[in-house]
Ligand binder design. Structure first.
Ligand SMILES: C[S@@+](CC[C@H](N)C(=O)[O-])C[C@H]1O[C@@H](n2cnc3c(N)ncnc32)[C@H](O)[C@@H]1O
Length: 503
């Protein structure tokens, strides 16, 4: 741990990841679902986007690569993160993104703050509950200065009461790890080993918490940098929604909804009895507390607006009808039953079937989807259609439907593959830049690899060559499986990514 980190992990860099909650179009959808005007960034809007605590900057880079007309600004205090992000931008030739090395506890008052433009959209993912209160206070002052009137802010944080059951486990990882090892990722691994040993010895506090048990069982698949940044920070402290809302009110920010879109639908997340209690209440913070008491929501993704303009239901629905959506899956992959916090929800096959079939050729306008012939279901509820399709990750909003891939986005995706394949498994879920979507298109490195082969002039006839190249160390059965994966990528996934404008 360094002196300048104020107790935040600085001896190992955070991993590269893409989180759609950070995308302005998803934030804008959350606002619209919450009945608040938020301009869905359209084709030529010169959006100013700001990310606080950007890590190695992958999310900011995708948004900049997808939207050449945007100004993207991203801040982190770890010079190793900023250096990596800047190198990636240079390598991919992205010139509408600026990465600044600055400490959020003091940036608002420093001369460097003039380099931070006013923003339409701000995101901070994985920052708020991991940093000291002085940093949180600095963030609020910066937001007070930099969020435009009407601007939206996304903040994710570990929330109470759901996280509460794992507080002892987290403390044990941190304290135990520190006494046993040196670098933060090794500390987290050692601390976790100690936790598992005690769990095997039937420790009551580890046994009775569902949250602790779930976190412990997930650690095996989580990389060292994640564990270090998740567990080894001095000031890590999950908090209640109301406390975040009160802090952000200092920047005139008002809570609007959840960027996990499904969470904005009480009928999908709460039982009728729970809804009956909660709907009696007027105070939004109290309602959220009661919801958090009913749900297993340990990581919240809230969206706040500075100067929320309430829309009447007609204006809201008109705005939602004008949203364009692009399918993330093939119609055959649409799950007609999904697990929701309130139980299992069924998606009507005679409604979502024709709608997703109509989306296979490319993005479609929600209003047009609701006019598809022979739908069995309500045609006047664009909120539910968007909530289900985007909320269940079946679709992404599309800012420039039909737009050709830009050279900038194509190059960014090639650089992503080249940079990440050195260290990551090809099956790693990531996202590609897309000018048509204006946001990340979910995909794997493997799919980026197939796209690269196609762009180099290969076709389906080359699949056996691809299997030979990648499967050098595999036996016959392994090569057979790999062939099937290539065939599926070629016939199922690539048409989707093509329709999303990735290549
Ligand atoms: C868990 S990481 C999340 C990174 C990125 N948002 C993501 O989700 O991939 C938190 C980030 O906040 C940065 N950070 C922590 N304290 C900070 C501070 N005082 N000022 C600026 N950045 C800070 C860390 O360096 C780290 O990159």
């Amino acid at each position: 741990m360094s002196g300048w980190g104020s107790g935040y992990v600085t001896d190992i860099t955070y991993m590269t990841g893409y989180y759609r909650h950070q995308s302005p179009s998803v934030m804008a959808l959350a606002c619209l679902l919450g009945g608040v005007a938020s301009p869905m960034p359209s084709a030529d809007d010169p959006v100013s986007y700001l990310e606080l605590g950007c890590g190695q900057g992958f999310g900011a880079l995708i948004l900049a690569a997808s939207n050449p007309g945007w100004t993207v600004t991203a801040i982190d205090f770890n010079p190793a993160h900023v250096a990596a992000a800047r190198a990636w931008a240079t390598q991919a030739g992205i010139d509408n993104v600026a990465f600044h090395e600055a400490d959020l506890s003091t940036l608002a008052e420093s001369a460097a703050s003039v380099q931070v433009p006013e923003a339409d959209f701000v995101s901070m993912h994985g920052v708020w509950t991991w940093v000291p209160s002085a940093v949180q206070a600095g963030i609020v002052r910066l937001l007070q200065d930099k969020v435009k009137p009407g601007g939206a802010v996304h903040v994710s944080y570990n929330s109470l009461p759901a996280w509460g059951g794992a507080l002892g486990m987290q403390r044990m990882v941190r304290e135990g790890g520190r006494r046993l090892a040196a670098r933060s990722d090794r500390q987290a691994e050692e601390g976790m080993k100690l936790v598992k040993e005690l769990q095997a010895a039937d420790a009551l506090q580890l046994k009775r918490s569902h949250m602790a048990t779930a976190l412990i069982s997930r650690t095996g698949i989580m990389p060292g940098p994640y564990l270090a940044h998740e567990y080894m920070n001095d000031s890590f402290a999950p908090c209640f929604h109301a406390d975040v809302a009160e802090a952000l009110a200092g920047a005139k920010l008002e809570w609007v909804g959840s960027v996990n879109l499904i969470e904005n639908f009480p009928e999908l997340t709460l039982t009728p009895e729970q809804r009956a209690v909660i709907q009696r209440l007027d105070d939004p913070a109290l309602r959220e507390l009661l919801k958090d008491m009913c749900l297993d929501r340990a990581l919240r993704h809230d969206v706040f607006v500075r100067g929320a303009r309430r829309l009447d239901p007609q204006a809201r629905d008109a705005a939602l009808m004008d949203v364009w959506l692009a399918l993330n899956v093939s119609p055959g992959e649409v799950p007609y039953e999904a697990d929701m916090p309130a139980g299992r929800a069924a998606l009507n096959r005679n409604f979502y079937g024709p709608i997703t079939a109509a989306m296979t050729a490319g993005p479609r306008r929600v209003g047009d989807l609701l006019a598809v012939p022979d739908l069995e279901g309500r045609r006047d509820n664009p909120a539910e259609l968007i909530g289900m399709l985007v909320g269940l990750n079946l679709a992404e909003p599309a800012a420039r439907p039909g737009a050709e891939p830009t050279p900038q986005a194509l190059r960014f995706n090639r650089v992503t593959l080249a940079n990440l394949r050195r260290t990551e498994n090809l099956g790693r879920q990531i996202a590609a830049a897309s000018h048509a979507l204006g946001t990340g298109a979910p995909c794997t490195l493997f799919e980026l690899h197939v796209i690269e082969r196609i762009q180099a002039g290969d076709s389906e006839a080359n699949i056996d060559d691809w299997v030979r190249d990648i499967g050098v160390n595999l036996d016959d059965a392994g090569r057979g499986n790999l062939r099937e994966v290539f065939v599926k990528a070629f016939h199922v996934r690539l048409p989707i990514l093509h329709a999303q404008g990735v290549f």
